[in-house]
Design a protein around this ligand. Structure first.
Ligand SMILES: Nc1ncnc2c1ncn2[C@@H]1O[C@H](COP(=O)(O)OP(=O)(O)OP(=O)(O)O)[C@@H](O)[C@H]1O
Ligand SMILES: [Mg+2]
Length: 269
């Protein structure tokens, strides 16, 4: 099972859109995919027409059980998405109260790692949608991931926000005691605007080793897909936006292979 977190401390940069589009494309390829909503706003949950205010079961239950998660709990939280191989663990608004309740207790940074360990044979990929704030939920997402995807809107304020995310990443890397590989993904690119063109250039200069060398364009089909409640590739596989995410996915899968090669010990095949 591969776990990818999608995070950025800036709001509205395309985190949820990236999670659902990449997840849909992985499922189209035949993989069994879990989308995990860790944002108390529950945008990913609402995307699939579930109500984060009225859910009986959600990711919140995992945190309530905390250190000793019953073996069958994660499985019992899985919800359908309309795509046969794509499942969802939804967020409920109760997640917003977590910070206050549990931050005093130690050892809560690995709740999601422990929960996903119980689903290890059930899924090939898990994509985690994180809230745009640094806190227990984002820490859990970063602690359980093997790769971090950072969508960044191609505009100047968003690039400033990225610096904050980089500091968080440094802190988490120290705590994990191993590196968390990451990919910066330029989003909402509009080539007719100077702001997009110039900020993409700035991003490429600032993060030359970690930036994906293409970009996700503005495409109204994403809004149509969210209104329809289905992954964009199900609604319109030929759209420009889906095409761009497909190229991104190819890049991420290639990087995954690169990392595995690099992590191999001498003598290992
Ligand atoms: N490439 C795109 N083209 C057009 N619209 C987009 C694109 N990416 C995202 N959007 C739209 O922009 C809005 C914000 O996107 P999204 O919800 O994915 O961002 P987010 O980072 O998850 O936001 P939040 O921080 O609030 O969770 C949504 O209405 C979404 O449909
Ligand atoms: Mg979101």
């Amino acid at each position: 099972m591969h776990v990818w977190a999608v995070a950025n401390q800036k709001g509205g940069v395309g985190k949820t859109t990236s999670t659902v589009t990449l997840g849909g494309l992985l499922a189209d390829q035949g993989h069994r995919v879990l989308l995990l909503d860790l944002d108390p706003h529950g945008s990913l949950t609402s995307y699939f027409k579930y109500d984060p205010d009225g859910l009986q079961k959600s990711a919140y239950d995992l945190f309530q059980q905390g250190k000793k998660i019953p073996e069958d709990l994660p499985q019992s939280l899985l919800m359908d998405t309309g795509h046969e191989r794509l499942k969802l663990i939804p967020a409920s608004t109760a997640l917003a109260t977590l910070e206050r309740q549990v931050s005093a207790q130690g050892g809560m940074g690995l709740v999601i790692s422990r929960a996903l360990a119980l689903l290890w044979n059930r899924f090939d990929y898990v994509l985690i949608d994180s809230p745009p704030v640094l806190g227990l939920l984002m820490i859990n997402a970063l602690a359980s991931a093997e790769h971090l995807i950072i969508p960044v809107q191609t505009e100047f304020l968003a690039i400033k926000g990225l610096e904050r995310m980089m500091r968080t990443l440094q802190m988490v890397t120290k705590a994990r005691k191993n590196e968390l590989p990451y990919t910066v993904v330029p989003t909402l690119y509009d080539r007719r605007t100077q702001a997009s063109v110039q900020s993409l250039r700035l991003l490429r200069n600032s993060y030359p080793d970690h930036i994906w060398n293409s970009m996700i364009p503005v495409d109204t089909k994403f809004r149509d897909a969210s209104m329809a409640g289905m992954p964009p590739s199900m609604l319109d596989p030929q759209s420009r936006g889906v095409h761009a995410y497909n190229v991104l996915l190819k890049h991420l899968l290639e990087r995954q292979i690169d990392h595995r090669q690099r992590d191999k010990r001498p003598g290992e095949v």
